[in-house]
Design a protein around this ligand. Structure first.
Ligand code: HEC
Length: 175
């Protein structure tokens, strides 16, 4: 009888334990979820149609074999190609068009990679497709705060000094 009581008490204790842990878990969960979330800093200004068509051309030409876009990188890829997220905050449409049209992209953007990993020429694509890709690339933006954080981290890594150049830096200015 006494033993039974103990078993019962134990059961109740375990039950209370489970409830407490669940509540604590829920509170932690709430805390995490309620934190202001800066979110993914990348976005596109392209219309739905341009995005869809450009991404078809992008896939068809195997760009995704080397580049990451929307934080997605091909698991099979070992090419150290730059991610294209936010690239339109760094370069403009005319630049992308010229780059995609170049017989020798490395004459515009030098490469230290082995030939097989380098950016291939897309000069053979119909001009309309190069134009659409260029326009889509230019629409791939990154939020200013993220660009700033990235530049800051980069600067501090390279120089070991705090970053104070925010004012003199005109590259993120709005058009
Ligand atoms: C074989 C791998 C490969 C493929 C396929 C590829 N790229 Fe690239 N791309 C690169 C590499 C590597 C670079 C960096 C320059 C270099 O090393 O030649 C680059 C550079 C770029 C840049 C300039 C990035 C910057 O930092 O300014 C853009 C834009 C770009 N690629 C877009 C594309 C698009 C669009 C396609 C498909 C039509 C494509 N790439 C296909 C490897 C590739």
């Amino acid at each position: 009888m006494r033993l039974n009581m103990r078993a019962g008490e134990k059961g109740i204790l375990i039950l209370i334990g489970v409830i407490v842990v669940t509540l604590m878990g829920y509170r932690t969960f709430k805390l995490v979820v309620d934190e202001p979330d800066p979110g993914i800093p990348f976005y596109t200004t392209a219309s739905h149609d341009v995005k869809r068509t450009a991404e078809l051309i992008y896939k068809r030409n195997g760009c995704d074999a080397c580049h990451a876009l929307w934080l997605v990188r091909n698991m099979m890829s070992s090419v150290p190609a730059p991610a294209l997220d936010g690239i339109g905050s760094l370069r403009d449409e005319a630049w992308f068009y010229e780059y995609l049209s170049a017989e020798q992209p490395q004459s515009i953007l030098p490469s230290r990679l082995k030939k097989e990993f380098q950016m291939p020429s897309y000069a053979h694509l119909p001009a309309q497709e190069r134009r659409l890709l260029a326009s889509y690339m230019a629409s791939l933006k990154v939020e200013d705060w993220y660009l700033h954080e990235t530049k800051k981290a980069e600067h501090e890594k390279l120089t070991g000094k705090p970053y104070t150049a925010a004012v003199s830096d005109g590259s993120t200015s709005k058009k």
